[in-house]
Design a binder for this molecule. Structure first.
Ligand code: MSP
Length: 517
């Protein structure tokens, strides 16, 4: 029986098109999903869009278009970007979907009411629309929200509140004992300290006349639910929590929520509190990524340095863009984007190293063996097993950057084998023809191993490599099993080298470096 593995990304606000930070999160989750499928797990990968709240309404007003028009337009841009990046999600949930999403939101709300955790009170305070969050004075710098450089709105209203304070100690314990594992660990410490200082109750609704674009509070249509209460619930509404159907039974609790550092407070605090209140099992892990900066500084529209993931992939290729985000940005830490770093990484790792290795092996097989795969069984170096072990361990730790390093380790090993064996010298000596065949067989096998290791990172290029063996539809769990049993190459009599360059070097005429420095 395959082991179920479920994961989610945050659902992005649709007040604008996707940016590179979103792309980072989607490819991180996609890489995990593809890896787990490859090892034979039954994966459920959820993503979607967060379509309610004041931010969306205000953006629509600013643009002079209807809210529905805005959310439909931008949700479509997210879908298009995800298709371009080959994000292999199983469901795309939209919080404005009244059929799938709303019934679950209503259900969890009622559960929290039954528990006595929702109460009505008067609220006077500050609200930052950018963060969709209530603020206190100490959160502000010179009276402004530091993330949005804007003074929050003063609100005075009657609200429903969620009694999060009641769960502070319990949440701190859950995080400390790693019942919910926050990765990397230093992020857990930050949030545990916050819980230990005591979490405050959260305003969980707004009067309808102030905000009507959202889910109405069950039993009180004069109030609209707070956008985060509605948004967090997407993780279970999509799995049919409303009916506690098959998806919910199979894939909840989720194995991993992939989120950014700015929204950990909501996921480790509010969300766990809501689940405890409604007596729903807790997520197993939350993988928290950092922020992407542009050349060391903040990426922002006003500075004109926002990197558009769609343009990036159009210019350099989807797999090169995916690879940069997965292999260069350290897992969990803030990372940097610059065209120079990008181009250097792609040229060094993919064009000069990986692409060159594959090309050398296939070219030599063509030149010396007429593309015929030598039939003998030849064991591959034991270091390949060690690299696979590193690779699997890295994914267990949710460290895809380390997994990418193991994959590049395999490439280095292959290139070294070529340099040491010097097949071109063997080809000149008839007495060495059998040695030559064995070396090339060994190298071909390593190229196949590489195709598998590469596939969660660069699915299209991995398929292109496997297509040289006519195995492009076998980069799956069955194929991997055969690979590990050392029988996959036995199926292949002949390879075919295509003329399509795997990863072209980014030459000066294609470079964007000069355009930004
Ligand atoms: N709608 C909420 C999430 C609700 S989840 C129940 C939200 N949306 S967002 O569009 O602002 O962000 C979506 C994800 O993208 C978040 O995980 C966020 O951390 C991430 N990123 C947004 N900007 C980012 C960068 N500049 N860099 C890296 N990730 C960033 O928050």
């Amino acid at each position: 029986m395959p082991h179920p593995f479920s994961l989610s990304t945050a659902i992005a606000y649709v007040n604008g098109p996707p940016h590179i930070g979103h792309a980072l999160e989607f490819v991180e989750a996609d890489c995990l999903a593809r890896y787990h499928r490859m090892i034979g797990d039954e994966v459920y990968f959820l993503t979607g869009t967060d379509e309610h709240g004041s931010k969306i309404v205000q953006t629509a007003e600013k643009l002079g278009i209807g809210v529905r028009e805005l959310v439909d337009m931008n949700a479509e841009k997210f879908r298009t970007m995800m298709a371009q990046y080959r994000i292999s999600y199983d469901q795309f949930i939209r919080t404005s979907d009244q059929k799938i999403h709303w019934p679950a939101v209503e259900k969890i709300w009622k559960k929290m009411v039954e528990k006595g955790d929702i109460y009505k009170d008067e609220y006077k305070g500050l609200y930052c629309v950018g963060c969709e969050e209530y603020k206190v004075e100490k959160d502000l710098v010179d009276g402004k929200c530091p993330s949005h450089d804007k003074a929050p709105e003063e609100v005075e209203q009657v609200n429903y509140f969620f009694r999060l304070s009641k769960y502070s100690d319990q949440i701190a314990e859950i995080l400390k004992s790693q019942q919910v594992k926050i990765l990397p660990n230093f992020r857990a410490n930050e949030i545990i300290a916050l819980c230990e200082r005591g979490l405050e109750d959260v305003s969980f609704s707004r009067p309808n006349e102030q905000l009507s674009w959202g889910v109405p509070v069950p039993g009180d249509e004069s109030q609209t639910m707070y956008v985060w209460c509605d948004a967090l619930t997407n993780y279970i509404s999509a799995l049919d929590y409303a009916n506690e159907g098959e998806l919910f039974r199979k894939f909840w609790p989720v194995d991993c929520h992939v989120i950014g550092k700015d929204i950990l407070r909501f996921h480790a605090g509010v969300w766990i509190g809501m689940l405890l209140s409604a007596e729903i099992p807790l997520p197993k892990a939350e993988l928290v990524h950092g922020w992407i900066h542009f050349e060391g500084g903040r990426m922002s529209k006003s500075m004109g340095n926002v990197v558009d993931p769609v343009d990036l992939a159009q210019h350099y290729g989807v797999d090169a863009s995916r690879y940069y985000l997965l292999a260069e940005i350290p897992v969990g830490q803030d990372g940097n984007f610059s065209y120079e770093l990008f181009e250097n990484k792609i040229n060094a790792d993919l064009a000069n190293n990986l692409g060159n290795f594959v090309n050398r092996v296939l070219s030599m097989t063509e030149r010396y063996l007429n593309d015929v795969v030598p039939p003998h069984k030849q064991d591959i170096p034991s270091e390949v097993d060690d690299l696979w072990q590193d690779y699997h361990e890295a994914f267990v730790e949710y460290d895809h950057q380390k997994a990418a390093q193991a994959m590049i380790g395999l490439v280095n090993l292959g290139n070294k084998l070529i340099d040491d064996a010097k097949p071109w010298a063997m080809a000149k000596n008839e007495n060495q023809s059998e040695d030559l065949r064995q070396v090339l067989r060994r190298l071909l096998k390593m190229v196949l191993h590489l195709a598998f290791m590469l596939s969660p990172f660069c699915p299209e290029k991995a398929e292109q490599i496997a297509a040289s063996f006519d195995l492009d539809d076998q980069l799956d769990a069955t194929g991997l099993e055969k690979l590990q049993q050392n029988t996959l190459l036995d199926q292949v009599k002949q390879v075919k080298k295509t003329n399509v360059v795997l990863f072209a070097r980014i030459e000066p005429e294609k470079s964007k470096v000069h355009q930004t420095s």
